[in-house]
Ligand binder design. Structure first.
Ligand SMILES: [Zn+2]
Length: 138
């Protein structure tokens, strides 16, 4: 399946780029952004995605094909990351609404990744993801 991963490709294209994630790790949208944050603020949460494992942020992401993953495993990895990053507890994950919300987040990420060709480098601008580099540009 196609997924969104951390990538340092095109870092520096914007002055305020950063990539503290591990190259190639899966990334997601954290449940909370600063309420009054703007895309290019010092915090950066509205222009970045977070690594599931590193717990750190990156402003550049890449769409890759991961044949070792399926939607169920992907969901489990996202749920684990939410738990290890302190957003949910095991108890909360067994709550139907919370579980549904994690499924929605997983579906959103699957839908996003499927919307771009493999090799596309993406950046986040608030609620939007846009193409920074396509596989054909290389
Ligand atoms: Zn922030």
């Amino acid at each position: 399946m196609r997924v969104v991963t951390a990538s340092s490709q095109t870092q520096g294209w914007r002055d305020n780029d950063f990539s503290w994630t591990v190259e190639g790790e899966l990334v997601f949208f954290t449940p909370f952004d600063c309420a009054r944050g703007f895309v290019d603020d010092d915090c950066g949460c509205r222009r970045s995605m977070a690594g599931l494992v590193s717990h750190r942020g990156t402003t550049t992401m890449k769409v890759v094909e991961r044949r070792d993953l399926d939607a169920e495993t992907y969901f489990a990895l996202i749920a684990d990351a939410l738990e290890s990053q302190g957003y949910v507890t095991e108890d909360l994950l067994s709550n139907r609404n919370v579980n549904e919300w994690v499924h929605d987040l997983t579906d959103e990420l699957i839908y996003l990744a499927a919307s771009f060709p493999v090799g596309t480098v993406l950046e986040r601008r608030g609620d939007m993801l846009s193409t920074r580099h396509t596989a054909k540009d290389t």
